[in-house]
Design a protein around this ligand. Structure first.
Ligand SMILES: [Zn+2]
Length: 231
């Protein structure tokens, strides 16, 4: 049997109160939803189903979750964990399309401090990379903007500093300040665009006696902000 899969993303905030610890704090993630389709090949088109049909059948449901605070959505108030989100999505699919097999929900971030050393490439310095999971809203934007409402991201950070050996220690301190937090509550991050967050990390590294050369903050898989030391 042949299967195909289509992945879509949603950026949301949640709290898992029953889990306790940092998981019960308001935080957020970039979630992925991988939709699995199964079936025989269409004799004419040579596919199981059009990828765009998979997307359009599930997107209206994902849109309810995207840029939201999951615990405010009816049915997810008490439990907004990954299995509950999956159950909620399945419950929203009124009539299952014939090709629908399953849906896998996950988080794009590492979910722990796992710094990776990225070796130097042709035009790019050596970097340390890590991810963290936070909630945020941008109150300075008009109500109609999706980022005005409470949501979350799996943020990816890359940094290069003069002393690359001790840099992960400073990055761990930054991780502990940001991970599983609501950024708006952190001094200097009340309006945390990627640009503001990038500057904030540069300043923190300096406070921790590092000389940053490059800091990159990636909020979604398709957008990032980069700061470079002026030479
Ligand atoms: Zn979470």
């Amino acid at each position: 049997m042949l299967q195909i899969s289509k992945c879509v993303y949603f950026d949301s905030a949640h709290q898992n109160r029953h889990k306790g610890g940092k998981y019960s704090q308001l935080h957020g993630h970039t979630f992925f939803a991988e939709i699995i389709a199964e079936g025989l090949l269409h004799t004419n088109y040579g596919w199981i189903v059009d990828f765009s049909e998979i997307k359009s059948s599930i997107i209206p449901i994902i849109d309810v979750l995207d840029h939201s605070y999951l615990n405010e959505i009816p049915g997810l108030e008490e439990d907004a964990t990954i299995p509950a989100i999956k159950g909620w999505i399945l419950g929203q699919i009124k009539e299952k399309p014939w090709w629908f097999k399953d849906i896998h929900i996950g988080i794009v971030g590492d979910l722990k401090f796992k710094p990776k050393r990225i070796p130097m490439k042709k035009h790019c310095s050596e970097l340390w990379a890590f991810s963290f999971e936070s909630a945020q809203s941008l109150p300075q934007l008009p109500d109609s903007h999706p980022c005005h409402s409470l949501h979350g991201h799996s943020y990816f950070v890359k940094a290069c500093a003069k002393d690359m050996e001790t840099l992960p220690k400073a990055l761990k301190k930054i991780y502990d300040m940001l991970d599983h937090h609501w950024l708006n509550e952190i001094l200097g991050l009340e309006k945390a665009t990627s640009e503001v967050l990038t500057f904030w990390i540069v300043e923190k590294l300096r406070e921790f006696n590092h000389s940053p050369k490059i800091v990159v903050v990636q909020e979604t898989p398709s957008s990032y902000c980069i700061w470079r030391e002026h030479e």
